[in-house]
Design a protein around this ligand. Structure first.
Ligand code: NDP
Length: 260
């Protein structure tokens, strides 16, 4: 068990990669804190799902990462219940795909407020507690787009490069407090974001539903699309003792779709 009794907050864990990460943390003996905006799922479906797999008494906390008071409440609630916070996976994110001339300032700001400022806010509150404790591990979720910009993803690529830059800066600044900060960069992962991406890429490039996904997957060296649990494996490793001497890294987890 790589994460026995470790308290780990996962932002955006109501579905997709975040949920996959939370389940892996639980599988490795850790205590994930599930969060996101979907209040109904947090109150009903998710506790049922985790409990049916034997993971009881977890916290399910509504949190929109673009709202500072939500993020503050998330960390405060967890600290009040457990008296410590061992790790954070800053995962919450959205996509937005269009021609650059349609990327209005409002759309750009929305992307930055969730995919970059949301990661900054979660890291910021985590660091407050981690400095007090004298340790802590942060794993930010970047993307292939943290390593190379994609067409039609100007705001997303800008935000995800930002996540990587933030990770590197914090790693250098916070190492002396025994705080590790790393970034996992997922490739082409089978979640709702990719359902949207496939549809929008299809509209932009005049392709049928499923075609863009198939093309991208065929180009992956390991010859398959990723699953949330693939990302969970990378995140768990970086939250575990096996990453005690790793900080500032951006780990591509995409079957080789992007290399670093
Ligand atoms: P999903 O759309 O399946 O899940 C996104 C999660 O983020 C949901 O739990 C959603 O929960 C949450 N979320 C969205 N906006 C907010 C917000 N403002 N505050 C809090 N939570 C929010 O997407 P993925 O699982 O694919 O994406 C997860 C992360 O992985 C993102 O950062 C994404 O950029 C990244 N990624 C994904 C890739 C892929 O191929 N799928 C590739 C590279 C990176 P709720 O609706 O409850 O708020």
């Amino acid at each position: 068990m790589l994460l026995k009794d470790k308290i780990i907050i996962v932002t955006g864990s109501t579905k997709g990669i975040g949920k996959g990460v939370a389940l892996k943390i639980a599988e490795e003996g850790g205590i994930p804190v599930i969060s996101g905006r979907a209040k109904e799922q947090l109150a009903n479906e998710l506790p049922k799902e985790f409990e049916s797999q034997g993971y009881k008494d977890l916290l399910y906390i509504p949190c929109d990462v673009s709202q500072e008071e939500d993020v503050q409440n998330l960390f405060q609630t967890v600290y009040e219940k457990y008296g410590r916070i061992d790790g954070l996976c800053a995962n919450a994110g959205i996509t937005d795909m269009c021609n650059f001339d349609e990327m209005t300032p409002e759309r750009f700001d929305k992307m930055i407020s969730i995919n970059l400022r949301g990661v900054y806010l979660a890291d910021w509150y985590a660091v407050k507690y981690f400095k007090k404790q004298g340790y802590g591990k942060i794993v930010n979720i970047g993307s292939d787009c943290s390593l190379e910009g994609w067409e039609f993803l100007s705001s997303y690529s800008a935000a995800k490069f930002g996540v990587r830059g933030l990770t590197q800066s914090l790693a250098k600044e916070l190492g002396k407090y025994h705080i590790n900060v790393n970034c996992v960069c997922p490739g082409i992962i089978d979640t709702d974001i990719w359902v949207t991406t496939d549809r929008l890429l299809g509209e932009l490039n005049n392709k049928a539903i499923g075609e863009s996904w198939n093309e991208k997957v065929e180009a992956i060296p390991l010859r398959r699309g990723g699953k949330p649990e693939d990302i969970g494996n990378g995140v768990v490793m970086l939250l575990s003792k096996y990453a005690d001497y790793i900080t500032g890294a951006s780990l591509p987890v995409g079957g080789g779709s992007a290399v670093n």
